[in-house]
Structures are given as C-alpha cells and as structure tokens.
Design a protein around this ligand. Structure first.
Ligand code: SAH
Length: 399
C-alpha cells in the first residue's frame, strides 16, 4: 500500500500565479499568494489555485520574493525519498553529458528540480550551496549528504555559505565548513588542464565550471599574442597557452592571480609560453593599452555580472560596450574575440546588439564563429528562462 500522505499546509495562489505554472515555470512570487496563513518557514506545501484546484507540491519560503518553488505537479508523501531520487537523476544526467573532466556541477537547483540546492564536484571533493529555508532543514541536509556520499564516495563534502543569502532567507548565521570527511584541498582537471582547488577559497564554489566547454571552444581558434581579461584563476589563459605565442592574464584580485600562477606551474611545458599575470583594474588597463596602440591576436573578456537587477541593464550594456569596443580596436586583422556575459538580465539579443554597435564604432567587421552558453552540466530548462544566464561569443575580426 502506498504511504498515506500526511496533510501538508495549503497555499492558494492567484490566477496569474497559476498561469505561470501552467506555462511550465516553477516559481510563484509573493504578490501572487492568495493565502498562506500559518505556513511554517521552509515547509513542504500543497499548492492550489484560487478555486482550490490542486496544482502540485512546492517548497515555501516565508521571506523570499519567490514564495513558492514547485517540486512536483503531484502530491509528495515522502520528501527525503523524492530528494534522493532527484539526486540520482541529476548524477545520471551528468554521466551522459559531461566529458573530459572530473569537475562539474552535479546539481543545479531548479534545473534539476532541486530548487535551492547546488552541488559541484571538484575531483574527490563535493562543494554544496544551500540557498533556501526548505533545503536548510536538518532532515533535508542529512538526506542530501548521505545520498551524495553513498553514490559518489567523495573524500569530503563541504558547504560554502553565502551570509547574504542566509540573511535574505531569515536563516540563522552559519559558517562554511566540512559536512563529511576531512579533505579540503585537491587538484582537478578540465580538457586536460590541471587546476588546484582549495574548498574554502575563491568565488562561487571555487571555479567557473560553467565556462568549461567555452575554454575548449576558445582554444580551438586562439593564436598569436593573447590577452585574458578578468582571468580569475586562469581558466581561459591556461587553455590558450598551448596555442599561443604569448599569453597575459589580467585581474584585480591578487589571491585569484596567486592561484592562477600555481595553476600555470601545474601545466608548464617547455614548448609553451610562460603566462604573465597582471594585477590591475581591467577598464584602466584596456584604456592604457588601447591608447599606446598595443595589438593582440586573441582577446578574452569575461567580466563579473554587471546587471544584478533588471534596472541595471542600461548601465551594464554601457560597461560591456566600453570593454568590447576597446578590445576590438586592439585586435589585429584575423584576430579572435571571445566575449562573455554572465548577467541573466542581459539577454543574448541585448548582448549581440551591444556587440554589433561596438563593431560599427570600432570600424571592424565581425564574423560570428560561435554563439555559446553555459556548459551542459548547468542545464537550461526551456520554460524557466532564469536558468539560462551565460553568453559566450567567439568572433573573427577583420578590418
Ligand atoms: N574568466 C574567469 C572568470 C572571471 S570572473 C574564469 O574563467 O575562471 C570575474 C573576475 O573579474 C573575477 O576574478 C574578479 O576578481 C575580476 N574583476 C572584477 N572587477 C574587475 C576589474 N574592474 N578589473 C579587473 N578584474 C576584475
């Protein structure tokens, strides 16, 4: 006999919220909640439209503007069992789409129907981010840790905490730390390039795994003198080095450049150029280099998010344009521009428009070689546009 579902707290949503769910989205905003009296923070809830028609089961947040994140269109009797199944499915999906690496995103929140949970694998260390009240509950944490440990046998599982996220979710403060095992440093490989990893250092969970396939794509076209702007720990620069005569990486973060240099040492070969790392503000440096008429054959631009909200869009596009315009002026004929944006609020068409207007102002012709997105271990759910955020355009530049 199937287990009898325990009665879940009920949340009623507006017709607009219900239409959003019918269109395949999984979020309902607080402004579309009709009633949620007495629903405890972070609880599993059953969702109904304003007439009481059941729409499925969701995770509830008492503080986020995203009040509801759907996890199923059916009733859910045993949440930990569902979590375990979803984790197994997420791992199986990566087995089919990830190649040539031991570092990739295992679980990507909504895109794996595990909203609020992110897990990245760096060789034998797993790094978790817990982003919502529901995923922070102790039984949920225990189910996640035990499922990952049993399936993947990692040397360690660690948690990276973003204090701002916990504050927004009104969760008590908590430190980053080990959840399983003891190991906190390792090395990992992508596309045959080695990287060192320290679980409690760096941005995100350590590396920009979403760029992994773009590194390999950029390397295919790279040649001559190369400049990797916003290089962080050297992801692009290290991939370009085997193809280029000279490589320079630029970033404003000294700790990131120190890791970049360690990574360069791990990959040093006699027939490859030594990479030069420069600590600088990229905007100032590009301005300087452009005015002294420096020339390159390959330039990578991978800045941080410029548009944190929709309201930042115009300012963000001006920032991208300044960078791209300068880079285009510095590329020799036949040069390669690899230009990225990780801002969700800048759409692919916004980004391509910015690039075409930069090309006109720089008096250059661009041939698009590749219009790319995030690596396949960061799945895009077609009906949840927020899951698609990274743009990476590779273009050949002529006069
Ligand atoms: N290309 C990298 C990821 C870049 S993330 C990779 O593939 O791993 C963005 C980087 O921009 C961060 O390392 C951050 O330190 C750097 N950054 C932010 N503002 C900067 C600025 N004004 N000048 C130079 N670097 C900057």
């Amino acid at each position: 006999m199937p287990p009898t579902p325990t009665a879940l707290p009920k949340v009623k949503i507006s017709p607009r919220g219900a239409t959003r769910l019918k269109d395949g989205h999984v979020w309902v905003y607080r402004s579309d909640i009709v009633s949620a009296e007495g629903v405890p923070p972070g609880s599993l809830v059953s969702v109904a439209d304003h007439r009481g028609k059941p729409l499925g089961t969701a995770l509830y947040s008492s503080s986020s503007q995203i009040a509801i994140r759907m996890i199923s269109t059916d009733p859910v009797a045993d949440f930990p069992a569902l979590l375990r199944q979803r984790i197994a499915d997420a791992i199986a999906y990566r087995e089919s789409v990830v190649h040539n690496t031991d570092a990739y995103r295992l679980i990507f929140s909504e895109a794996d129907f595990l909203p609020g949970l992110i897990a990245d694998r760096y060789n034998d260390i797993l790094s978790l981010q817990i982003l919502t009240q529901a995923m922070d509950a102790e039984p949920v944490r225990q189910a996640v840790i035990s499922e990952l440990a049993t399936r993947l046998h990692p040397a360690a599982i660690i948690e990276r905490v973003d204090p701002r996220v916990r504050e927004l979710e009104t969760l008590p403060p908590r430190a980053s730390g080990l959840l399983h095992g003891e190991k906190t440093a390792t090395t990992f490989a992508m596309n045959g390039i080695q990287f060192s990893f320290d679980a409690f250092e760096g941005q995100k969970t350590g590396a920009f795994l979403d760029q992994r396939e773009n590194y390999a794509a950029a390397a295919q076209y790279a040649h001559g003198d190369a400049l990797d702007v916003f290089c962080y720990q050297g992801g692009f620069a290290l991939h370009l080095a085997p193809r280029c005569a000279q490589v320079t990486g630029v970033d404003s973060s000294r700790p990131a450049l120190e890791v970049a240099d360690q990574n360069a040492a791990l990959n040093r070969r006699d027939n490859q150029p030594e990479i030069e790392w420069i600590e600088a503000n990229a905007f100032d440096l590009l301005k300087d280099y452009a005015s002294t008429k420096r020339q390159y054959d390959t330039i990578v631009l991978d800045p941080p998010t410029f548009a944190k909200t929709k309201r930042d869009l115009d300012a963000a596009l001006r920032g991208y344009k300044e960078l791209n315009l300068r880079a285009l002026k510095m590329l020799r004929p036949g040069g390669i521009l690899v230009t990225c944006s990780c801002s969700y609020h800048v759409s692919q068409s916004n980004f391509l428009e910015m690039l075409s207007s930069s090309a006109i102002d720089a008096h250059r012709t661009l041939r698009l070689l590749e219009v790319r997105g995030q690596a396949k271990d960061h799945p895009i759910l077609l009906n949840v546009p927020e899951t698609a955020y990274l743009k990476c355009v590779v273009a050949s530049v002529s006069n």
